[in-house]
Write a protein of this length. Sequence first.
Length: 168
Amino acid sequence: MAGSGMENSLYDRFEHAIVLVLTAAVVVLVALSTYHLIAAVILLVIDDRLNPADPGTFQRVFGMFFTVVIGLEFKHSLVTAGGPESVVRARSIILIGMLATVRKFIVLDLGTVNALELFAIAAAVLSLGVVYWLVRDQDGKIAVFRARQHAREEHPSKSAPDDLVRHS
């Protein structure tokens, strides 16, 4: 394809610019979320309402905490999005989904939720866990393939020894 290098370059620059804008937005949101988390904890301490045994307090504080963690993981996935590895992107997206679902479990008021909704959230966590495991397994296979390929490049006349790649 003639001109595909220039089109790729143009698209790569466009994608990089979008990643920078999204990264800046996520940094601002994480900073604001962290500020609100710290302010909420300080107010709870000052008002002497920080009771970890109180489920409402626990849900509120850790819900805010997981919001910050999800934002940080999302920002990390944007930073690694510039790399060529789609497996890394998929793994990050699945991890963010798992964190968001765990956050939902933490902030869930078990007194008001029905069993079907709870089952659906549990099924989502299980499904995301299975997919994450499958992607992680694929990542291991890629590492083994690369190790063997590297060994063949260094020693073209010899095949890659099995114990070189067995620990990957």
